[in-house]
Design a protein around this ligand. Structure first.
Ligand SMILES: Cc1ncc(COP(=O)(O)O)c(C=O)c1O
Length: 403
C-alpha cells in the first residue's frame, strides 16, 4: 500500500518544540555527549553501487547502525542519551548549578544517580539502550518486556544489570504496565513513544537519533534526494525527517516512511489524518516495528515533513536481509536484522511500481539514503532466516578486502 501525504498539516513548519528538539544545536549537543562515551565510534556509511545500478538510481548509501556501541542498533543513541540528560538535569537541580556531561563519573554526581531508577517497555533494542545508559551513570534500570520478546533479546538487556519484568500481552500492554509500576515506585520512565502529557523524554530519545543523520551527511558526497526510513512508533523516521527538514528547508529530500503491512500504525494514522490505534493482527517478522499506536510527537513531525507512506510484506523484509547478506556488483555484505533492512524493502517496492516511482520522482539521478537500523540483534533468528551466521556474512567483506 502506498499513500502520499495529504494531511492538512503537510508542509507546515515544524512545531517550535520539535524544531528545537531536532534542530542543529540539539544535534551538536548529542554529538558532544557521544564523545564522553567510552566505546564511541561513528557507524559505517556504505555505498551500494551494485544495487543502485540494478534499480536504476545514481547512488544508494546505507548507514549501518548494527555497529552502534556494541548494542547492534540505532536505539543505542536514544535511550542512553535520554538517561544521561535526565541525570544531568537532576544533578543540576540537587547541586544548584549546571552539571556538565564531563562530570558524570564524579563522586558528587554518582551519589545522586545511585538513587535513580530508569524504566521502560521494550521490544528489545530500546530497553538495551536504557539499561546501558543506567549502568553507565550508576543508576538502576527496570525493563518491561512483553511475551513476544525472545529469550536471546532479554538476555542481551539483562547483561547490563537491569531488572527484567515480564508482562503478559503485547508491546502496548508492556508500555502501560511500565507506566503504572513506575508511577507507584517513583521510577523515571524513559519511553521511545509519547502520549498525551508525556512528550519531553521521548523527544530526548529522538534527539539522540539525530547523531546518525549528522554523521551520514558529513560522509555523503552529496546530500540525498530520497530517504526511506522504517517505522515502529515513528520515532526514528520523525527524527531523520525532522532534522533533514531543518537542515535543508525547501531543498529537503523526498521522505518516505516504511511500515510492515502487519503493523502499519503510521501508515494508518496517515490515512486517517490523526493518530489512531490499529487492531492487533498476526505477528510480523519485523519484530522491532510491531507497534500498534504511533508516538504523538513522531506523528506531529511526520504529518508535516513526510512526503509518503508505504507498507512492505513479510517476504519483502526477508528478501532484503538475504540480499544485503549476499551482495552483488561490488557492494559490501551487510548484516541486517529483521527490522534493519526495511527501508530498503520500501525502496525496492517503490521502484518496482511505475506509478509509485513516478509519484516519488525517483529516476536515474536519484541519490537514496537508508538506515540499516539493526544488525543481528537476535543471532539465532538471523541465521534461521538468512541461512548464514552473522559472523560468516561479516567475514565476506574481509575476504573481499584481502582478495
Ligand atoms: C531495529 C529497529 N528499527 C526500527 C525501529 C523503529 O523505530 P521507532 O519505533 O522509533 O519508529 C526500531 C524500534 O525499536 C528498531 O529497534
Amino acid at each position: 500500500m502506498f499513500l502520499l501525504n495529504a494531511n492538512t498539516d503537510f508542509h507546515k513548519p515544524l512545531d517550535q518544540r520539535d524544531a528545537e528538539t531536532l534542530g542543529l544545536a540539539a544535534a551538536k549537543k548529542v554529538e558532544r555527549h557521544l564523545t564522553f562515551r567510552d566505546n564511541h565510534a561513528e557507524t559505517p556509511l556504505a555505498a551500494l553501487p551494485g544495487l543502485a545500478a540494478e534499480i536504476g538510481v545514481a547512488a544508494i548509501h546505507i548507514k549501518d547502525e548494527g555497529h552502534r556501541f556494541g548494542l547492534g542498533s540505532f536505539k543505542a543513541l536514544g535511550g542512553a542519551y535520554a538517561v544521561i540528560r535526565l541525570v544531568l538535569e537532576e544533578a543540576s537541580k540537587q547541586l544548584g548549578r549546571v552539571v556538565d556531561v564531563s562530570e558524570l563519573q564524579s563522586p558528587e554526581v554518582l551519589a545522586i544517580t545511585r538513587a535513580m531508577t530508569f524504566a521502560c517497555a521494550t521490544d528489545g533494542n530500546h530497553g538495551r539502550s536504557v539499561a546501558q545508559g543506567a549502568q553507565l551513570v550508576g543508576a538502576r534500570a527496570a525493563i518491561f518486556v512483553h511475551s513476544g520478546v525472545s529469550e536471546e533479546r532479554v538476555a542481551a538487556i539483562a547483561r547490563f544489570g537491569a531488572e527484567i519484568i515480564r508482562v503478559d500481552g503485547t508491546y502496548d500492554d508492556s508500555v502501560r504496565e511500565a507506566a503504572r509500576v513506575s508511577e507507584e515506585r517513583d521510577w523515571i520512565i524513559v519511553s521511545d513513544t509519547s502520549w498525551p502529557g508525556y512528550e519531553r523524554i521521548p523527544g530526548l530519545v529522538m534527539q539522540g537519533y539525530t547523531a546518525l543523520v549528522r554523521e551520514a551527511l558529513r560522509k555523503m558526497p552529496e546530500p540525498p534526494t530520497h530517504v526511506f526510513i522504517q517505522s515502529g512508533v515513528g520515532g526514528i523516521a520523525a527524527a531523520v525527517a525532522g532534522h533533514l527538514a531543518i537542515a535543508f528547508g525547501d531543498k529537503r529530500p523526498v521522505f518516505t516512511v516504511v511500515d510492515p503491512a502487519r503493523a502499519a500504525c503510521i501508515f494508518e494514522t496517515a490515512r486517517a489524518g490523526r493518530p489512531i490505534t490499529i487492531p492487533h493482527g498476526e505477528p510480523t517478522v519485523m519484530a522491532m516495528l510491531e507497534c500498534y499506536e504511533p508516538s504523538l510527537v513522531a506523528w506531529r513531525v511526520l504529518s508535516r515533513v513526510a512526503d509518503a507512506f508505504i507498507t512492505v510484506d513479510e517476504e519483502d523484509a526477508i528478501s532484503v536481509m538475504k540480499r544485503l547478506a549476499n551482495p552483488v556488483g561490488g557492494d559490501p555484505a551487510i548484516v541486517a536484522g529483521e527490522s534493519g533492512g526495511v527501508g530498503l524493502a520500501g525502496l525496492t517496492k517503490a521502484v518496482s511500481d511505475p506509478a509509485i516511482k513516478a509519484a516519488l520522482r525517483i529516476d536515474e539521478r536519484s541519490r537514496i539514503f537508508l538506515v540499516n537500523t539493526e544488525g543481528a540483534t537476535d543471532p539465532g533468528k538471523y541465521e534461521e532466516i538468512v541461512g548464514l551466521a552473522p559472523a560468516a556474512v561479516a567475514a565476506k567483506n574481509e575476504m573481499g578486502a584481502e582478495a
